[in-house]
Every structure is written in structure tokens, then in C-alpha cells.
Design a protein around this ligand. Structure first.
Ligand code: MLC
Ligand code: AMP
Length: 499
């Protein structure tokens, strides 16, 4: 029997054919029958483009229903879906295309694809473009490609501490097991309507959110981007919302965001970045809802979750999901005592098979007993409840997007007026953490505008520093290493008053 994840979705699509899959702003809803038909047409188009099982398909498309059909079509055709953040620049995209070697790149209609060495199709925000033209002309693909449990379904790129992005290889079994665990843990049924305002190029919006709907035949209020006012307009029709902490702080900051709007919602879920206790408390006070926080990452999908029924504790990420083991250990993998900080490692059917074409990096992060080293620091209590207390990896999480300092420092250090730089994240009222470049200039002070100009076209805008601070000398430890913790403390209030 095939282990293709799409087969499980298809059974639900057929069981719930007349139900609404996607409610949308300003255009006709899609039923599950329509979604299935569109997925079959997308799979047919992929075949027409010569895509074969195991081939990569890179997608950097605006969020739209047709992009969801493209993802499903890839699964159905047995292709490996490789989503890219729409903010990535041409320079970043070139790297991903070179690394993934896709059979097809589906780009935004407006993107510059001149000189791209792979086959290109296009899609715009309304789902139009050469991909959709091919899909409407193609013979729908009725047969779902047979796939084994450990065949790849997706590669999700995550930046690395060395500055080079790594592709996390996720199998059909990884995605299926995690989706099943989440549907059970969060009590999804066909009666749910989930507010979906996340982007669909990261595991949160793509796998966690969509799969909970597709495995249960529940509905999505499919919003093209997060806008607090629009979310407030949709919330009364929704039973579940998933978001990054910035969604919740922005809702709380919105005039008119009230308990009444949330009356039909059974659970608000947060992840991808730490949810501040103040946000948890303020949300509970305003709405009566205790946000359910969970913890995951691209390499492992979701690992732990606060309970649907039972105490949700602010500042904790809850218990291991069914089938997932999480442990807190020291450098040698020896367990840390209850209540003491250590490295978080996870094992289970959710854990990826490795980094695409990077066996050394895979080996470095994988323990011989199958545990994956997350790079997050945590504490476990006596009941198995996990709290994340920091990161061993040099990473900034801004509005739920990961930003790796190395990638930015490399480009700033190349500026002739810069002797050396250190990029850090400091508390930011809107994004949780804001990116700051601490720069040691060669002579005159270096302005934010100069840094932005140097990075434009090279790095997505969300990765670019929101502030530049010049120092005579970067603080160093006895080994000569820049002490980022000193800088983080020194500039902790930089964004305090600036939303
Ligand atoms: C946008 N900007 C950001 C930013 N998002 N800057 C820093 N951090 C961010 N996250 C900048 C843009 O570059 C632009 O700057 C300006 O803000 C306005 O852009 P925008 O697109 O209009 O912003 P907005 O719509 O307000 O976006 C903010 C946001 C968005 C929070 C809604 O970032 C978002 O949807 N985040 C969700 C990320 C996510 O899905 N993460 C999941 C990862 S999976 P300029 O200078 O160009 O004007 C994962 C695993 C897990 O982590 O556990 O889930
Ligand atoms: P990504 O590589 O984009 O998948 O990001 C994964 C990282 O996001 C994790 O390794 C954590 O550092 C962080 N993360 C995800 N969820 C949470 C959470 N609930 N609390 C704190 N950090 C989180």
C-alpha cells in the first residue's frame, strides 16, 4: 500500500467533498471537491512539465489557493516540494536552485527569472500564470504516485550557523505521523474552521496548519497575509487560530479586539518563537483564552505541545507529542537533572532524514541513538513539561522568521568602511526580537542606510538590521571571540519604545 501522504488527504477530500476547504476574501470558496480537482490538475501539469517522482519542484509563489493545489499536486505526482520565502532575493533564490536542482521552478509572475538555468513556470497572487495555464490544459492526473514511507515529500531550507542554508529532507512518513499526532492532540474535527493567516512557505503555515485541516476535512479561512483588522473580521466565523507570537501581540494592540470576537474559538495556538508571558497573560485577561504554545522546527516538525485539556503554562512548550521523545542533555548526551538547563534533543517518526546533500552536517547533528540535536536550550520538569530557555545556536527569531547572524555579518564585513560586525537579536515589541548590527568601523561611523544599501538585493529585507550601532571595539573574551551576550545586554532596550 502506498505511503504517499496525499492518499490520506484524498480520502478525506472525497469524504468531505461538498464541505468548504478554503474560505477566501473576495473570491469564491473552494470545496474539498474543487481542491481535489485542482490538485489533480496541478499534478497533471507537473507531469506535462516532465516532473517525475523524486524530482524537486521549487516554489516561490504568492499565497493563493492555486499554490496550495500546486503543493498537493507535487505530493500526488510524487515530486519533492521545496517552498521558498517570497521575500528571498534573486541572489538567495539562485543558491537554492543550484542546491536543489529542481525539474521545475514555479516563480512569482513578477520575479526576475532571466538566466535561471532550470525550467520555469509562473503564478501570480490570483493563481494565474503559466503554471495554471498548463494545469487547466493538462489531463488531470487521477493516479497518486506510489511512495514509500521514507521517500521525500519536501525539502525545507533553513539557514545555518555557518551562513549556508541547509535543506531539511522531510519524508511522507515524517509529515503523516506529525499531522496525525497534531490532529489528535488539538482535537481537530470536520466541524472546525481554522483561521489561516500564516505564510505557506514554512512548516508552520504549510504543514502544521494545512495538514490539520486536510486530515480531518475541516475548513480554512484562508487569508493571504496577516492583518489584524481582517483577522478580527474573520475570527467570529472560526474555531481555531494558529499564529506566531507577533500575531497575538498585534491583535492585543488592535482597538476593538475583544472577548466577543473570540467566543466561537475553541483554541488559539502559538509557535515558531517564544510567546512572552505578558502576551499569554494579557490575552487570557482580554479574551478568556489561554494560548496553547507548542514547539517545533523545520527539521523535526512539531515536538511538544501544551495540552488541549489540562493546564497550559505560560513560558513552557508542554509535553512531548505522542510518539516523540524529547530529552534535555549535556554535551555528551548524558541526561541533565530535572530543573537544570541542557540541550534539547528529539527522536521520533517526526525527525527528518538529514540535510540535502550534506551528510557531514547531518552526522554532526544526529546522535548515534537517533536523537537530533535541536540547538535549543531547555529545562524539563518532573512531569516532563519542557521550557525553552535559550539557544545554543547563534540565531535570531524575528516575527517567527529565523535570521542567522553569520549570513548578515559576512556581507557587512565585506563593506570597505567596516572593520568587523556582530549581528544580534534584542527584544522588539512587535517582532519579539529585532535584528541589530553592532559595527566596528574602520574610521567614520557607518549609518543604517549604508548597511541597508550594501545588503539590498543580497538578503531578504526581513533579515536586514533594523538598527546599526557603531562601537570603537567589539567586546571579546579571552579567546578573542566576540561576546554577543555582552552586546545583547548592552542594547537590550534599543527597541523598547519603538513598535
Ligand atoms: C516583515 N518584515 C519583517 C518581518 N516580516 N521584519 C522582521 N521580521 C519579520 N518577521 C519587514 C519587511 O521586510 C518590511 O520591511 C516590513 O516589515 C513590512 O513588511 P510586511 O510583509 O508588510 O510585514 P507584515 O505583513 O507586517 O509581516 C509581519 C508578520 C510576518 C509577522 C505578519 O513576518 C509573518 O507572517 N511571520 C510569520 C513567520 C512564520 O510563518 N514563521 C514560521 C516558521 S516555521 P521593509 O524594510 O522592506 O519595509 C518554524 C517552525 C515552527 O519556525 O515551530 O513553527
Ligand atoms: P525553524 O528553523 O524556522 O523551523 O525554526 C525553529 C526554531 O524556532 C526552533 O529551533 C526554536 O528555536 C524556535 N521555536 C519554535 N517554536 C518555539 C517556541 N514555542 N518557543 C521558543 N522557540 C520556538
Amino acid at each position: 500500500m502506498t505511503q504517499n501522504l496525499y492518499a490520506s488527504f484524498e480520502a478525506q477530500f472525497r469524504a468531505h467533498a461538498p464541505a468548504t476547504a478554503l474560505h477566501m476574501d473576495g473570491r469564491a470558496d473552494w470545496s474539498y471537491a474543487e481542491l481535489e480537482a485542482q490538485a489533480s490538475r496541478a499534478a497533471g501539469a507537473l507531469l506535462a512539465f516532465g516532473v517525475k517522482p523524486g524530482d524537486r519542484v521549487v516554489a516561490q509563489t504568492p499565497k493563493c489557493a492555486e499554490a496550495v493545489a500546486l503543493y498537493l499536486g507535487c505530493l500526488k505526482a510524487g515530486a519533492v516540494y521545496v517552498p521558498l520565502n517570497t521575500a528571498y532575493t534573486r541572489a538567495e533564490v539562485d543558491y537554492f536552485l543550484g542546491d536543489a536542482e529542481p525539474a521545475l521552478f514555479v516563480a512569482d509572475v513578477g520575479a526576475d527569472t532571466s538566466g535561471v538555468a532550470v525550467q520555469v513556470a509562473t503564478m501570480d497572487a490570483a493563481g494565474r500564470g503559466t503554471f495554471s495555464e498548463a494545469a487547466s490544459g493538462a489531463t488531470p492526473c487521477d493516479a497518486t504516485a506510489p511512495r514509500a514511507a521514507d521517500d521525500l515529500a519536501a525539502i525545507v531550507y533553513t539557514s545555518g550557523t555557518t551562513g549556508r542554508s541547509k535543506g531539511a529532507m522531510l519524508t511522507h512518513a515524517n509529515l503523516a505521523s506529525n499531522a496525525e499526532a497534531l490532529c489528535a492532540a488539538w482535537g481537530f474535527t470536520s466541524a472546525d474552521t481554522q483561521l489561516h493567516a500564516l505564510p505557506i512557505f514554512h512548516v508552520h503555515g504549510l504543514f502544521v496548519a494545512l495538514h490539520c485541516a486536510f486530515l480531518t476535512g475541516s475548513s480554512l479561512a484562508f487569508l493571504l497575509r496577516f492583518d489584524a483588522r481582517n483577522c478580527m473580521a474573520w475570527l467570529p466565523r472560526c474555531t481555531v487560530m494558529m499564529g506566531v507570537p507577533t500575531f497575538y501581540t498585534r491583535l492585543l494592540a488592535s482597538v476593538g479586539f475583544s472577548r466577543g470576537l473570540c467566543e466561537g474559538v475553541r483554541v488559539f495556538i502559538s509557535g515558531s518563537a517564544p510567546l512572552a508571558e505578558q502576551t499569554f497573560d494579557a490575552f487570557a485577561e482580554r479574551t478568556g483564552h489561554r494560548i496553547l504554545e507548542r514547539y517545533g522546527m523545520s527539521e523535526t516538525l512539531m515536538n511538544t505541545s501544551n495540552p488541549l485539556h489540562g493546564e497550559r503554562v505560560a513560558g513552557t512548550v508542554g509535553f512531548s507529542l505522542p510518539g516523540v521523545e524529547a530529552r534535555v542533555v549535556d554535551e555528551d548526551a548524558a541526561p541533565r537533572p530535572v530543573g537544570e538547563v541542557g540541550d534539547i534533543e528529539v527522536r521520533g517518526p517526526n525527525v527528518f532524514t538529514g540535510y540535502w546533500r550534506m551528510p557531514d552536517k547531518t552526522a554532526a547533528e544526529m546522535r548515534p541513538d537517533g536523537f537530533f540535536r535541536t540547538g535549543d536550550l531547555g529545562v524539563m520538569d518532573a512531569h516532563g513539561r519542557l521550557s525553552i530557555v535559550g539557544r545554543a545556536k547563534d540565531l535570531v527569531i524575528s516575527g517567527g522568521y529565523n535570521v542567522y547572524p553569520k549570513e548578515i555579518e559576512r556581507l557587512i564585513d565585506a563593506m570597505p568602511e567596516v572593520a568587523e560586525s556582530a549581528v544580534i537579536g534584542v527584544p522588539h515589541p512587535d517582532f519579539g526580537e529585532g535584528v541589530v548590527a553592532v559595527v566596528q568601523p574602520v574610521a567614520d561611523a557607518v549609518a543604517l542606510a549604508a548597511v541597508s544599501a550594501a545588503l539590498d538585493g543580497q538578503l531578504a529585507r526581513f533579515k536586514q538590521p533594523k538598527q546599526v550601532v557603531c562601537v570603537a571595539e567589539l567586546p571579546r573574551n579571552a579567546m578573542g571571540k566576540v561576546q554577543k551576550n555582552v552586546l545583547r545586554d548592552r542594547y537590550a532596550n534599543l527597541f523598547a519604545e519603538r513598535p
